[in-house]
Ligand binder design. Structure first.
Ligand code: KIV
Ligand code: ZN
Length: 516
């Protein structure tokens, strides 16, 4: 309950770093995950699922790092109902102030028969023994009945009753394939809560996917039916059509608190900054008309609407842009702006940077302000993202030159500096300037990853805007992202490609040193 006795407090379980990150195109490197984890803590999530430690040594390490740094919320690790997974979860959470082990096992007939090849009795037995095994070192234990919405409700109650008796403290009802319809899902959740033996000893949670575009509606229906916790992701990223979007659930609860009689402890003014950060690190943009955080979420185009909003914003706005952290402060910075003004702006935008990074970003800001008269929030965001989430630079750009034209094709020269201090310079032809540049870099580095995505966009409107490039590369089944910003689009592209290669070099060298 909140201070108002009639309002229930809903637990926000964020799974951006696990279910979100495992979606195609949403991978993040360890630094990026840490950056997102810090923002989620500032946003005020109650639980953050930091990863699936048994899935890879890299995932285990990043859950471990996050668990050692995040202190204001519970850090959860996902584990299958298997001892080796639970051991990995235990190792990953060893430094967590508030650790949670999150176990899952499917309960639907189709999953039990075809995926698990287990009988219902075996599923109950496996779930109970996993809960007992994990309970020996972790008191906060969540159990998820995967594909619950397509399971026999009485079987879900049986499994839940058994795991509560074994020590589970949160029971999660996932709509794993996004199949449920709100009224039906609400009835399902109520039935499970009412028929699970010793239900009063546990909290009930839901975890909804968005295959039919109903994830948020289903989550709200579950809250009305008595769910205590909702699992969700920033920008709704996640498997297939994604997970329920955190910002939409939180704002629906805040704006319609009167009707839903429930709220969260989220600091809603951190929503927009967190959404932008996730967009930046994943390179996955939100649609312009996306509720709460889309570019047009607060734009009023029609004259009649504009007139109404000017007279009284409440005519067409059910929440203010400021309430979700979209700044009214349109103050732009320029080359005469000092370090204090710059630092203040960063703080207002929700960025926390160490003094060293601040020095580097401020120097870049000054260089940019020399080229571009005014520097806006998007420019600043691009500078911070370039510096904050980067990995050690195996390769650094020194110089580049390109020749291109309609008749001759393109040829490019690049000079890179290796972290051992050596300089390397090569030339290559290509099918256009970007292709030529990426080929030269491959020649120098001796790496030929697949280019899975290359995108270029403008940071702000107008011809003076900076170009922002996003690159995703893949090698041996692993993926890395890189981003680059410059007033020259070719340079932005080169920087993005090098950043992705540096992320690759860094991760592969960490894996090599672990193997030794
Ligand atoms: O969608 C799902 O069922 C999951 C579980 C692991 C909770 O992600
Ligand atoms: Zn899921």
């Amino acid at each position: 309950m909140t201070n108002d006795e009639t309002i229930r407090r809903i637990v926000i379980f964020d799974t951006t770093l696990r279910d979100g990150e495992q979606a195609p195109g949403c991978s993040m490197n360890p630094q990026e995950k840490l950056e997102v984890a810090r923002r989620l803590e500032k946003l005020g999530v109650d639980v953050m699922e930091a990863g699936f430690p048994a899935s890879s040594p890299g995932d285990l390490e990043s859950v471990k790092t996050i668990a050692g740094i995040v202190k204001d919320c519970t850090v959860a690790a996902l584990c299958r109902c298997a001892e080796k997974d639970i051991d990995a979860g235990r190792e990953a959470l060893v430094k967590a102030a508030r650790p949670r082990i999150h176990l899952f096992l499917a309960t639907s007939p189709i999953h039990m028969e075809y995926k698990l090849k287990m009988t219902p009795d075996q599923v109950v037995e496996r779930a109970v023994s996993a809960v007992k095994y994990a309970k020996a070192f972790c008191s906060d234990l969540e159990f998820s009945a995967e594909d619950a919405s397509r399971s026999d409700p009485d079987f879900v109650c049986r499994v839940f009753g058994a795991v509560i008796a074994a020590g589970a403290t949160t029971l999660n009802i996932p709509d794993t394939v996004g199949y449920a319809i709100p009224e039906e899902f609400g009835r399902f959740v109520r039935y499970i809560k009412e028929h699970t033996p010793a239900a009063e000893k546990a909290k009930f949670s839901v975890h909804v996917h968005n295959d039919l575009g109903l994830a948020v509606a289903n989550s709200l229906a579950a809250i009305e039916a008595g769910a205590d916790q909702v699992e969700c992701t920033i920008n709704g990223i996640g498997e297939r059509a994604g997970n329920a979007s955190l910002e939409e659930i939180v704002m629906a609860l805040r704006v319609r608190r009167d009707y839903l009689k429930a709220d969260t402890r989220i600091d809603t003014t951190q929503i927009y900054g967190t959404s932008r950060l996730v967009t930046q690190v994943t390179g996955v943009k939100v649609q312009p008309n996306k509720a709460v955080v889309g570019e047009n979420a607060f734009a009023h185009e029609a004259g009649i609407h504009q007139h109404g909003v000017l007279a009284n914003p409440a005519t067409y706005e059910i929440m203010t842009p400021e309430s979700v952290g979209i700044s009214k402060n349109q103050m732009v910075l320029g080359k005469h702006s000092g370090r204090h003004a710059f630092e203040d702006r960063l703080r207002d935008m929700g960025f926390i940077v160490d003094p060293q990074t601040l020095d580097a970003i401020f120097a870049e800001f000054k260089a940019l302000a020399d080229k571009k008269k005014v520097v806006g929030d998007r420019d600043i965001e691009a500078l911070v993202m370039g510096a904050a989430a980067s990995v050690p630079e195996t390769w650094k750009l020194e110089h580049w030159a390109v020749n291109t034209g309609s008749a001759l094709g393109a040829s490019g020269t690049i000079r890179l500096r290796h972290r051992n201090g050596e300089y390397h310079q090569r030339v290559s032809m290509g099918n256009g300037p970007i292709d030529a540049m990426f080929k030269v870099i491959n020649r120098i580095t001796g790496k030929e990853p697949d280019l899975e995505l290359y995108e270029i966009g403008a940071v702000t409107d107008g011809s003076a805007s900076q170009g922002e490039a996003m690159v995703k590369i893949a090698l041996g089944g692993r993926r890395w992202n890189g981003r680059g910003v410059s007033t020259d689009v070719v340079e932005a592209s080169i920087k993005a490609y090098i950043a992705a290669l540096n992320a690759m070099e860094w991760e592969l060298s960490a894996v090599r040193s672990q193997d030794q």
